[in-house]
Design a protein. Structure first.
Lengths: 327, 398
């Protein structure tokens, strides 16, 4: 099995889709010559030319609107929003247009567009370039939302997102771009709405997304040393949500921790906790623990940033609370 | 409303404790953090501090064994009403009939009390409630050990396992004296029975203690205040040997053998209440004088039953020294999960061959017991040889 970085895995999915399908093209700020501010689309201009690797003006609303228009005309555009913080500028197009046209036309049109974006803390980008806003979009009927945490997942999920007939907001995490992982020789599409069990365990289920998947795996390792067996599950697709996998895991372990980098208040974990308490109520042996960022704009100072966002030790403490140990 | 005083869990695995005596009486004012009562667990006797300030309104359990999580007293404002205590079923020993509280089934309905152990709502996890429903267990008969006394699934398993064995009343015969098992005695019995399951082997060696005795004499001459003993030298020498032979400083688990990074040497101490093993941490990094200081403190507190739970945790090796008695050599039972223990006999003058002649030398016999699952014979022998050489020439170890 070849090894790719998360960054290369995204590029591979885009390039392979563009090779096999003329309807797929990419668009965004500085994605052509510069290869995007995170280098994801580096080299793609040379292979596909400026028609299909399109630099856009600095207007997220224009990028989103143009991509939606192209999708309505039958293309499969992948628009890059440089930082997910800037999704705020494209929200009108994504929320009021992309999410609504299929419904309002009675199914006469579809909007097969992908909004790729990235964000997250861990490298001091400051308050306006590090947020985790995935929960905003899970709240909108008509959108699908993906947040991949490994090279294999990001490639297989992006492929499925491109070929989904609905608008997909596709979140990547900045600090995951350099991580490496084995991927299948050929792209294996990963259906949207299917969770991945990263590690099986008996005592506690940790449901984590994005960077926190890796932090949770570290925490699980440490917990193991203290005799606590932890299952780690990544939903991968936040909407639609694989409730069945999450619920059956919690029915097995009787305890749950939900973990993400976004703030806890109204975070994605709140929704997961609600699903679990309803569907697994009679199986819960402890309150569901939530791990997320403190309710603060993200500080620039590295120590302050590290204080605000959660890490493996926060997950470990939550795990211990669920089993009644200190923490 | 009054704050419940709950029997705390002082260490992992603690399920119950014995209230020795109260340090405050009913009606007396209590500050938060003030010692409230003395609690005897399977490891230590410890003073439990008040977690709230006010007046000690009522002592619900004056003395005796109490499960973790049970309400033992109430602290509140002067003259405040105290909820009835729903006593959990006594674990094994019968409570003295002194306690006149009859059926706990009929509490006054007026007080809207919350929390387990009082009338009103019982705190239980959803899973515990479902299991109780399915197995027809009355949650009021189950004591909760989860956070804030919540009943969790594990408590139901325990309640069910414990239910059928009705406590048998003690029969007084007038001839055989019946000594009830203290919690420490039960722990000794359980742990040694566990240890007996482990496949072990013993190795024995004798060492010439001439130089150790010289060293001790010199140390005592130089600093008479710190009395360095043979046990301290053994502790140091064992710690150094464990660092050189890390495979002995080990713990066997089903998945892996854990090699500990430093030598936490436990000393078997005969305390009044029974055998107890306080631990000298990272002994390889301490000087002889430092070891003597730590040892004197630990042994002193062990004899006064004032050790804390943390004094007993984390040992990686144990020394059992019966050298003060007329014991030439003996075999010690392993102290799991540790992989080795050394039994030390008396240092006594023996006639030994030395350079083709006979000599009379102070000799000691060491018998080490090893967990064969973790350590094989050859590395164990190498460890024992290092011990012997270090005792015969302590300069090598120090």
């Amino acid at each position: 099995m070849p090894e790719l970085t998360y960054r290369e895995a995204v590029r591979d999915a885009l390039s392979q889709a563009m090779r096999q399908d003329d309807d797929v093209f990419i668009m965004g700020e500085d994605i052509a010559e510069m290869g995007g501010s995170m280098g994801v689309t580096a080299g793609m201009l040379d292979e596909f030319g400026p028609e299909r690797v399109r630099n856009s003006p600095i207007s997220e609303m224009a990028i989103a609107g143009a991509a939606i228009g192209a999708a309505l005309q039958g293309m499969r555009p992948v628009a890059e929003i440089m930082y997910e913080d800037f999704l705020t500028l494209a929200t009108e197009q994504i929320v009021n247009q992309a999410a609504k046209h299929r419904y309002m036309s009675g199914g006469q049109v579809t909007v097969p567009v992908v909004f790729r974006t990235q964000g997250g803390a861990g490298w001091s980008p400051g308050a306006q370039h590090a947020q985790q806003l995935e929960a905003w979009f899970v709240h909108i009927p008509g959108l699908k939302v993906v947040f991949a945490s490994t090279p294999e997942d990001v490639r297989g999920l992006l492929w499925s997102a491109i070929y989904d007939d609905n608008p997909v907001v596709f979140f990547e995490h900045r600090t995951l771009y350099p991580i490496k992982g084995d991927v299948p020789q050929e792209i294996e599409p990963i259906p949207l709405g299917r969770a991945r069990v990263h590690r099986e365990g008996e005592d506690v289920t940790v449901i984590a997304t994005g960077r926190l998947v890796h932090e949770s795996l570290k925490a699980a390792e440490e917990a193991e040393g203290e005799g606590i067996s932890v299952e780690v599950v990544d939903p991968r697709t936040l909407q639609p949500l694989d409730e069945e996998t999450l619920v059956s895991s919690v029915k097995k372990t009787n305890r749950a921790v939900v973990a993400h980098e976004a703030v806890t208040r109204m975070g994605f974990g709140a929704e997961v906790a609600a699903v679990l308490q309803y569907q697994a109520f009679d199986w819960l042996d402890a309150p569901i623990e939530r791990v997320g960022a403190r309710f603060s704009p993200l500080p620039f100072a590295p120590v302050m940033e590290a204080f605000v966002v959660p890490h493996a030790d926060d997950v470990l403490a939550a795990i211990k609370r669920t089993v009644g140990k200190e923490g | 409303m009054a704050t419940e005083v709950i029997l705390p869990r002082l260490g992992q695995g603690m399920e119950s404790g014995t209230i020795v005596r109260w340090l405050k009486s009913e009606g007396e004012p209590v500050e938060k953090g003030e010692p409230l009562f003395e609690l005897d667990t399977d490891k230590v006797t410890q003073e439990v501090e008040a977690e709230a300030a006010g007046v000690l309104l009522k002592i619900a359990v004056a003395e005796g064994e109490v499960p973790v999580g049970q309400t033992v007293a109430f602290i509140g404002a002067e003259g405040e009403d105290v909820p009835e205590v729903t006593a959990a079923p006594p674990p094994r020993e019968e409570e003295k009939p002194r306690d006149p509280e009859p059926a706990p089934e009929a509490p006054q309905q007026e007080a809207v009390a919350s929390g387990n152990g009082t009338s009103g709502r019982i705190k239980a996890s959803p899973l515990a409630r479902r299991l109780a429903r399915e197995r027809s267990i009355d949650l009021r008969s189950v004591r909760g050990t989860g956070p804030e006394g919540r009943i969790v699934a594990e408590d139901l398993e325990r309640a069910e396992a414990g239910a059928p064995t009705a406590p048998s009343a003690p029969v007084s015969t007038g001839e055989v004296e019946r000594v009830p098992l203290s919690s420490i005695r039960k722990t000794i019995a359980r742990r040694l029975t566990e240890a007996w399951q482990i496949p072990v082997f013993q190795l024995q060696a004798s060492a010439d203690m001439t130089r150790v005795n010289d060293l001790l004499a010199r140390l005592r001459e130089r600093d008479p205040d710190v009395r360095v003993t043979v046990t301290d030298v053994l502790t140091k020498v064992c710690a150094q040997a464990l660092m050189r032979h890390r495979e002995v400083n080990a713990e066997f688990t089903d998945e892996a053998i854990l090699l500990h990074p430093s030598a936490n040497v436990g000393l078997a101490v005969a305390a009044p209440q029974g055998l107890i093993v306080p631990v000298i941490r990272s002994a390889e990094r301490l000087s002889l004088t430092e070891i003597a200081g730590v040892r004197a403190d630990l042994v002193g507190r062990a004899r006064e039953a004032k050790l804390r739970a943390e004094d007993l945790e984390g040992g990686t090796f144990t020394i059992s020294n019966l050298g003060m008695y007329a014991v030439e050599s003996f075999t010690a039972v392993l102290n799991p999960p540790q992989a080795a223990i050394v039994a030390v006999g008396a240092t006594e003058e023996r006639v030994i061959p030395l350079g083709g002649e006979t000599a009379v030398r102070p000799m000691v016999t060491l018998t080490a017991t090893f967990d064969h699952r973790a350590v094989d014979g050859a590395p164990a022998a190498a460890f024992l040889q290092t011990l012997k050489e270090s005792l015969e020439d302590p300069g090598l170890a120090l």
